[in-house]
Design a protein around this ligand. Sequence first.
Ligand SMILES: [Zn+2]
Length: 503
Amino acid sequence: MLKFTLLQLTTLALVLLSGQEALARPGKLRPVESKRLRNGVKRKALLDGSRKLQEIAYATSERNRVFGSPGHKATVEYIQSELGKTGDYFDVSLQPFTATYAEHSAEVAIDNQPVKSVTFTYSPNGNFQDVEVVNINNLGCDQSDFPPEVEGKIALIKRGTCGFSVKSARAGNAKAVAVLLYNNAPGDVSGTLGSKGPIPEGSFVPIAGITQELGATLVARLAAGEKVTADMKLEGIIEDRLTHNVIAETRGGSKEQVIFVGAHSDSVVAGPGINDNGSGSVALLTVAKELSKYSVNNAVRFAWWSAEEYGLLGAEHYVGELSQEQKDQIRLYLNFDMIASPNYVLSVHDGDGSTFNTTGPPGSAEAEAMFFDYFKNVAKQPLIEGPFDGRSDYGPFLDAGIAAGGLDTGAEGLKTEEEAKIFGGQAGIAYDSNYHQAGDTIDNLSMKAFEVNAKAIAHAVATYATSFESLGPRAASTNNRREAAAKKVDHSTHRCGGDLALL
Ligand SMILES: [Zn+2]
C-alpha cells in the first residue's frame, strides 16, 4: 500500500492540475482513455436501460415505440433525462421533423377459417365477406391474365415479375374487389404499393398476402372446380406525424473535428424493439454517461435518430440540414443498429470493400481496421465483415461523402454453418428470429454480444475523442458514394428499416 505525506499529495495535485490546464475543462476531468471508459460500461446498465425501454413501450396501449407514438415520445424524454444527469457536460437538443406514418392490419379467412396474412403498405382499406376467389392466369402482370369472371370477386395472384402495385392496379381495371397475393417462396411476403416504376392506369384495390403453401392449395381447389370464398378486412392509417431526433454533443473538445456516433431510437409497430434498436440506443446512452467523467480533445456527438424504420428518415433529415462546412467537421460517423441479436455474429461494416466491394469515403476503411484491431487484440473476440450498403442511418452520411462505419449482430438472415463454428449459436436459424416482431423484448438479447459491442463503442469513442491520427487525411467532399453502393446491395442479411419489397 502506498502512503503519501501531505506535502507529496499537494505536489501531486498541483502536477495533475497543471497537466490538465490545456484541456477544455481545466482541473476537473482527466483525459478519456479506452480502458477506463470501457470498464465503466457494465452489463447491468445495458440490461437496466433495455428494461426501461420495454416498460416505456408496455406502458402504452400500442405496446411499441414507433415514431410519433406515446412510446417513442417517452423514449425521447428518457434519453433526454438520462443525459440531463451529466449536468452541463453535453449540449442536448431535440431536432423536430415530420414524417409520413403508415400502419395497416389485415384479417383474412378462407371458407370462414382465419388464415395467416400480411399487409401491404399503402393498400386501400376494404371489408369483404364471403366473396368468391378467382385464380388469375400467369402472374397478373398483363391485363389479359384477368378473366372477365373476376369482376366483383377476389383475384388470387402469384408473386413475381411485376410489382405489387401493378397487380393491384390490373385487378382494379378488371373490376376485381381485392387481391389475395400468394408468395412464390417459403415464408411471409411484406411489401409496399409505393412503387416508383410504371404503374398502369387505374386505381389500386385492397391487397393482402398469404403463404405459398396456401396459395398452391387454393389454386388446386379452383382447378378442380371447387368454389372458394374469402373474407378480407383491411384497415390502415396514413398520416403525417411530428417526431424528434435527440442530439448531444460534448461542450469540450474541438468542434472542427467531431467523432459522431448514432443509433435509431424508434421501433416498428409490432413490438417494443429491444434488440432493434433498444440495444444500440442504450449502449450509446451508457457510453455517453460514462464519457461525462472525462475530458476530450475532439468533440463527441451522439444521435438517437427517429423514424429509421420508415426509411432512415431522421438521419436523412439531419444530414439534409447540414451545410458543407458542418459536414466537413464530421470526421467519422459510426452507426450501431441491432448489437445484441440472440443468435448473433459480431460483424463490422465492410468499409474497405474487401468482401462486399463497396468502399466508403476515405476514413471508412481505417475505422473498420480500428474495430478489427480492437476485437483481435483487446476484446479477443472474432469479428467478420458485413455489408456496407447504407441500409441503416449511416446511409445518408455516405451519401454526403462522410466516412462511416459501425457494428451489428444480424437481423432476419440465417446464420451459416461457418458462422456457427466461429460464434456458436445455431446454423440455419435467423440471427434474430424476433426481428420486427412482438417478441423483440429483453428476453431477445444476447447480453454477451451486447456487452462486447458496447465496450467496442466505448473504445471507438475514446480513441477518436483523443486523436484522429489513425483515420488518415480528411476526406474530400464527394457525392457519388451511394451510386457505387447501389450497384451491389446484399438484401439477405443485416438489414433493419426501410426495406419493403416492391415485387
Ligand atoms: Zn434497426
